[in-house]
Ligand binder design. Sequence first.
Ligand code: AMP
Length: 214
Amino acid sequence: MKIIMLGAPGAGKGTQAKMISDKYGIPHISTGDIFRANIKNGTELGKKAKTYMDQGLLVPDELVVDLVVDRVAQDDCEKGYVLDGFPRTIPQAEALDAALAKLGSKVDYAVNVEVPDENIITRMSGRRACVSCGATYHIVHIPTKVEGICDRCGAKLILRDDDKPETVKKRLAVYHEQTQPLIDYYTKQNVLVEVDGTKDMEEVFAAICNILGE
Ligand code: AMP
């Protein structure tokens, strides 16, 4: 099952992607996580990506397409995967389709997690990320056992630069301009499905499982 998660930044697609990955036993591939890992490790890719990410801009297509195309061709992706944060532009979607066609494969579902912009800004200012392992939480919806400390590894939590309100507004504008056209793109391919992302996490997940099947 090859799944793409669509939705505005902060719509909860990362959380849902992790849950899908666990339930269906397919890898969760998050381009945002890949960039953040590269930033943490001080790689050239990380340095280049950071300048865009900190401003709420998309990293150029040429820095992301090959990375994903190589990843989905790996053995653990044979049964499927859930792509989170990719594609984000029409050229990325076209490059993915072309690469999948070469592998004799195609996207099965593009799941659009719908949340109005008003909800997004409030939600994202409550997000917290671990400086060490990258785990994400929310001060209201997914609190840690000890405030400000990661449940998983004990390191400090921060509000990521790209989750700060000014950056979120910029990211939403970029989303509407560059990523929203993908909704039409996947509608035309008959693979688009929509869920109401304003509901709580478990309800959204139940709606997605209902669509994907057991
Ligand atoms: P995310 O964690 O998916 O919200 O991604 C965080 C940031 O990484 C985005 O705001 C972009 O700057 C960058 N990024 C992640 N995925 C992509 C992509 N497919 N294309 C371009 N930039 C991306």
